[in-house]
Write a new protein. Structure first.
Length: 403
């Protein structure tokens, strides 16, 4: 192919793409506008707003097409589920069945996540019931975590039997033991755990996930949670941690897993929560004393909520996902405390509608978004997000609580 032919070929592709995107964007805006108007209800606590994402995009791409499909699916779901209703009994049935029954063969892919699955399910169960200490569930839950405990804590807690000790698995395992009030066992393993965590500490202040493993804001946050719960957060353990976390804030305002990468909702939660864990009380409200920009962080957090869907995404130009009801939703109470404001910085009613009308499955469990299946992970973190929506502060009256 000659050079002129190649240039003509490329120009043809560019011109075709430009013309096609213009038509699709216009058609989407018109259809979406009609759908949003039809769903407007003056008596509702929240109504979807027309999305500016596609309308402000000049060219189509896989990203814009997925966003378009998601918006349409969410509007359809909102039309089919017009009322806020919490299916508490169905969610309880879902979690109890998963805790007591053997899991299907397909779950073999999660064989390294035993402590996580137990935590997701039992934490969901605790949020749903007034009597969380079920005598039938307790032995199953505690025995599962003990099976994953390595050398009485000297090797941490693994994700499954005969596996390597892992900080994230230890985090979920320790949280489960705390929820189930296994204080005697926790006291037995605390100093062994300290020795193991110190072996994972790196000179830059962060912690490895496991021996010779990766280190990031997630692993560092998990270590801080474990250390605070076991009362082993010594100066030696905490040395350099805050300075390293400061390096993980990106130009957007959120935090990344390691310095100089992309901001992400989960990593940002881990980073901001770590600041609170590193201090015995709420960090000072003088933003000039922070090692990060609170203004940039606040802006980034606010930008995560979608006007049409009501829920959050986890990164710039990504789709809404119910799990960020917690990972991003939990950022706001912390940011509001740091900023010293009593004003809610996100639309709680919008998130409530996404959770109960879009992400909730009528027969029990929660999903990422329409078209996705329910799972333990999304059920736990979506319920946690709903809890954030409904338990703001003592001076905020919430008449729309459903649980």
């Amino acid at each position: 192919m000659s050079a002129k032919s190649k240039i003509d070929y490329l120009l043809n592709i560019i011109n075709s793409s430009s013309k096609s995107s213009s038509v699709n964007t216009s058609e989407l805006f018109t259809n979406e506008s009609d759908m949003v108007s039809s769903l407007s209800n003056p008596e509702s606590s929240w109504n979807p707003h027309e999305s500016t994402i596609i309308d402000n995009t000049r060219y189509t791409s896989i990203t814009t097409e997925l966003q378009e499909d998601t918006e349409t699916a969410v509007l359809d779901q909102l039309a089919n589920v017009p009322e806020l209703k919490f299916n508490k009994s169905a969610h309880l049935k879902y979690t109890i069945k998963a805790l007591k029954k053997s899991l299907p063969a397909a779950y073999i892919s999660l064989d390294a996540n035993h402590t996580w699955m137990v935590y997701w399910l039992y934490n969901s169960y605790v949020m749903l019931t007034d009597d969380p200490f079920d005598k039938d569930l307790f032995p199953l839950i505690v025995n599962k975590v003990e099976e994953c405990l390595i050398d009485n804590g000297r090797g941490g807690i693994a994700g499954g039997s005969n596996q390597l000790g892992h900080v994230a698995s230890s985090y979920s395992g320790i949280l489960t033991l705390v929820i189930t009030k296994q204080y005697e066992l926790l006291d037995q393993i605390r100093f062994n755990f300290y020795e193991w965590l110190m072996k994972l500490k790196l000179p830059n202040g962060s912690f490895m996930m496991h021996e010779d493993g990766e280190s990031d804001t997630r692993s560092t946050y998990c270590v801080l949670v474990i250390a605070n719960l076991l009362n082993i957060a010594t100066d030696e353990l905490l040395e350099g941690v805050e300075d390293w976390i400061d390096l993980c804030q990106t130009y957007e305002g959120g935090f990344s897993n390691i310095p100089n990468t992309e901001a992400h909702g989960g990593y940002t939660f881990c980073a901001v929560a770590s600041y609170f864990l590193l201090h015995s009380k709420i960090p000072g409200k003088d933003s000039n004393k922070f090692g990060f920009s609170l203004d940039f962080l606040t802006r980034w957090c606010v930008q995560r909520q979608h006007e049409l869907e009501g829920g959050f995404d986890g990164r710039t130009n990504k789709l809404v996902d119910a799990c960020y009801s917690f990972w991003v939703g939990a950022l706001f109470p912390m940011v509001e405390l740091l900023a010293g404001t009593s004003q809610s910085l996100f639309d709680r009613e919008g998130l409530r509608h996404y959770i109960l009308r879009v992400a909730q499955e009528e027969t029990g469990g929660f999903r990422d978004k329409p078209g996705k299946g329910i799972d333990f992970y999304h059920t736990n973190y979506t319920l946690s997000g709903l809890s954030i929506v409904e338990h703001y502060s003592s001076d905020i009256r919430n008449s729309n609580r459903v649980c």
